[in-house]
Design a binder for this molecule. Structure first.
Ligand code: AMP
Length: 280
């Protein structure tokens, strides 16, 4: 595995690979890798000649300084995992390399950014879009792989590609879960043992939503979920939303045509967890 810290050496190497006719599959990450990340990488490796991965904890997408400081980092462990999936290029820039100057780009993602993560994490998606566009310019991927765990982020990235007319195919990948249903996440490492035992409640709740949806109205389901969380004092529900799978706007009934997804964001202790499930 080639490990690059500098933009110029990364782009130089990958440009040569492209000239030689090789395709590049890219998985951007913030490190603290788990099997959810590795699944994206296995797929990227199988569909492209070269697997490129970035690890960069992007400060401008954090709206909470404490979350940024506590974000888990373990580059040695990550490097071993990357070797195990046959990663060809790891790009690990520092903050000055990515942002030598202040960032002042502002994207307009319209309605997509005014709900859920966009509404609760001000500036988050702008920071994601800025870093992903920059990473695409450095890595020059043919395909880039993103997890449905961050469903709204995926929609934002697809919009970014459309707005900027970027020559890359975005490949959505299903959520990878622990055996008890908890969606894998780097933030799970920060849960205490007791919290970790409670954490699958989020997925269990989403499953009850899916099971009961056909027999209840959307409002009744929302009330049910709020009551379920009220009985779990360790959790603080930030939002539960039932939204259109394409434009992510809240729906009032089950008859919407483009598909429907249920979303949860909740704090368990100090750790913010998100998850989602497709209803229709
Ligand atoms: P992160 O390092 O959290 O920024 O995640 C990097 C990529 O991995 C994003 O596209 C995430 O959506 C994806 N990802 C993270 N966790 C999972 C998971 N449990 N299942 C599928 N994809 C995931």
């Amino acid at each position: 595995m080639n490990v690059f810290k500098k933009i110029s050496e990364t782009t130089h190497y990958l440009e040569n690979q492209k000239k030689a006719g090789k395709t590049i599959g890219f998985v951007p990450t913030m490190g603290a890798l788990h099997d959810g990340h590795l699944e994206l990488m296995r797929r990227a490796k199988s569909e492209n000649d070269i697997l490129a991965v970035s690890i960069f904890v992007n400060p401008i997408q954090f709206n909470n300084l404490d979350d940024l400081k506590k974000y888990p980092r373990d580059i040695e462990k990550d490097s071993k995992l990357l070797e195990s999936v046959g990663c060809d290029i790891l790009f690990v820039p520092d903050v000055n390399e990515m942002y030598p100057e202040e960032v002042n780009k502002t994207y307009d993602f319209g309605l997509l950014e005014n709900v859920m993560e966009g509404a609760f994490r001000s500036g988050h998606f702008n920071g994601v879009a800025v870093v992903v566009k920059k990473l695409f310019e450095i890595i020059l991927p043919d395909r880039a792989y993103f997890g449905e765990k961050d469903f709204q982020q995926l929609a934002i990235i697809q919009k970014l590609v459309e707005i900027e007319n970027l020559p890359v195919k975005i490949v959505p990948c299903p959520i990878v879960r622990e055996s008890d249903g908890l969606a894998m996440s780097s933030r799970n490492e920060r849960l205490t043992k007791a919290e970790r035992k409670l954490a699958p409640f989020i997925y269990k709740t989403l499953n009850s939503v899916k099971e009961k949806a056909s027999a209840m109205t959307v409002d009744e389901v929302k009330l049910m979920v709020e009551n379920m969380f009220r009985d779990q004092p360790e959790f603080t529900l930030e939002y539960f939303e039932i939204a259109d799978a394409v434009n992510l706007q809240p729906v009032g009934n089950w008859r919407e045509t483009q598909g429907i997804v249920a979303f949860i964001a909740a704090f368990l202790g100090n750790v913010r967890l998100i998850d989602n499930i497709r209803i229709i």
